[in-house]
Design a protein. Structure first.
Length: 90
């Protein structure tokens, strides 16, 4: 059975703001606040899978310090990277 939409969004938002590092809390928390309500079901699944990735790995992918594995090069990660790029230039 799939999780009802509102409960899933609340859980993903909470997990986004409660990571292991403050940098990832800010990055993913801001992303969640801005985009979660706009993501389609496939993108939500992609984002949920990204939340399972270790903070250091995900941070390195987003900042371009490490290549993104093929299985994680998806819409959700591109949106996170774009948000990070637009935040750093503002």
């Amino acid at each position: 059975m799939t999780e009802p939409g509102e409960i899933l969004l609340k859980r993903l938002r909470f997990r986004s703001w409660h990571r292991g590092t403050r940098e990832m809390d800010l990055l993913l928390g801001r992303f969640a606040d801005r985009y979660l309500d706009q993501l389609n079901p496939a993108q939500l699944r992609q984002y949920e899978a990204l939340l399972e990735v270790a903070d250091a790995d995900l941070y390195n992918w987003v900042t371009g310090q490490a290549p993104i594995p093929a299985g994680f090069d998806n819409d959700a990660l591109r949106l996170i990277k774009n948000l990070n790029l637009s935040s750093s230039t503002s």
